[in-house]
Design a protein around this ligand. Structure first.
Ligand code: F0G
Length: 382
């Protein structure tokens, strides 16, 4: 009879040579490098530093499909390991940085990049250094960076100032810059487009997403084009990128010196990937448009209540854009639409709760241990 000690450890997350399970019979999603290695422009045979990012759900929205009389899907990127799409590009950027001998990595961030970089740096055993605008980072994101052991530097300035500093640090000191100006980031991030096509069988007609520093729209555009060139998709989607009204440089056509929005993740006045964003818009026949903070918060709230998907404010910007366009008379009828919702709502509960529209009675009540009181509070009485 086999004893426990001779049977060895139970099948667990320890990886085999190809990143697969060392034992066990179930296949675990391997992370975007192993799942799409042949399609990524990375050093051959590079070791993947992964937290099994990607493979996120594509959730059908009955609500938005009904409103548009089309087919609307949500790419739910909050289901990544650090709860935003940033993990896709961070597995590639950190893997390449470590491959090149980096001992420390740096980024400027509105919160999610710093959370993601810190986690992957921890996994890789290198030092994470993050530069963030003082007082403008959601608490959940700050907690992530701190818990993963980052040196968190708060800058009296905005994201654009932080990015300038991060670039300068990486030029003068031995530290690798992993903002999306680093092309290795886009290699990982483009896999979101691949996944959508692999699940739907083709590229959608229209793709909507929030745009801040513009790395994500650039990466999607790369992914859509590559899959079309390979014959895996018959078309590329029309891309519509949405920005917050107070931080809408791409809509205005010039940088914004003092960007301001409740959607702190996209509070950016001078996107680093400006030219790539314009190429995505023009190449796909798309456009940029702005939505107000009120529209963003209303979309966030409705998405949570109607579709069961709780996203952070910035992540609701694409949904807010769709709703605004419908109101303006734009038709999405019979169109297959994908909206990327970029990060999880739990990262910023303070904004979510403070902006929530009161719906009927106060949802939180305190009662004694009494079933009648519970029934009244629950609205079940009479
Ligand atoms: N949505 C969320 C939740 C984000 O965190 C970001 C960017 C975006 C959308 C916009 O994506 O910059 O590629 O156009 N966050 C960066 C950060 C700037 O530092 O976390 P983008």
């Amino acid at each position: 009879m086999t004893t426990l000690s001779s049977a060895g450890p139970p099948a667990g997350p320890s990886a085999g040579p190809a990143g697969g399970p060392a034992s066990g019979t179930r296949h675990q999603w391997l992370g975007v490098i192993e799942e799409y290695r042949d399609l990524l422009d990375l050093p051959t045979d590079i070791a993947a530093i992964t937290l099994r990012e990607g493979g996120t759900p594509l959730v059908h929205s009955e609500w938005l499909s009904g409103l548009t009389r089309g087919e609307v899907w949500l790419k739910v990127e909050g289901d990544n390991p650090t709860c935003s799409f940033k993990d896709r590009g961070m597995t590639t950027a950190i893997s390449v940085a470590v491959h090149s001998g980096a001992r420390a990595v740096v980024c400027a961030s509105t919160g999610n990049t710093s959370a993601s970089m810190s986690a992957y740096a921890a996994k890789a055993g290198v030092t994470p250094i993050v530069l963030v605008p003082e007082g403008k980072i959601a608490a959940g994101k700050m907690a992530q960076a701190i818990m993963h052991g980052a040196r968190v530097i708060m800058v009296r300035g905005n994201f654009d100032d932080c990015l300038t500093l991060a670039r300068e640090l990486s030029e003068r000191y031995p530290v690798a810059l992993v903002n999306s100006v680093n092309p290795d980031r886009l290699q990982g991030q483009k896999t979101a487009a691949f996944e959508i096509v692999d699940l739907l069988g083709d590229a959608p007609d229209v793709h909507l997403l929030p745009v801040g520093n513009a790395g994500n729209i650039a990466a999607y555009w790369l992914g859509w084009q590559e899959y079309a060139a390979l014959g895996r998709a018959s078309q590329v989607p029309v891309i519509r990128g949405f920005q917050a009204e107070g931080a809408a440089p791409l809509v205005l056509g010039h940088p914004v010196a003092e960007p301001e929005t409740v959607a702190t993740a996209i509070r950016i006045g001078n996107p680093a990937s400006w030219a790539l964003a314009v190429a995505a818009r023009d190449g796909s026949g798309g456009r940029f448009a702005a939505v107000s903070d009120a529209q963003i918060l209303a979309a966030q709230s409705e998405l949570a209540r109607r579709d069961g998907v709780f996203v952070e404010p910035a992540s609701a910007t694409g949904v807010a854009g769709l709703l605004a366009e419908l109101t303006a008379g734009e038709s999405y009828a019979a169109q297959r639409v994908v909206i990327t919702v970029t990060g999880h709502g739990l990262k910023d509960t303070a904004t979510a709760l403070s902006s929530r529209e009161p719906v009927g009675a106060d949802p939180t009540q305190v009662i004694d241990r009494d079933v009648e009181q519970a029934a009244v509070a629950a609205g079940l009485h009479g």
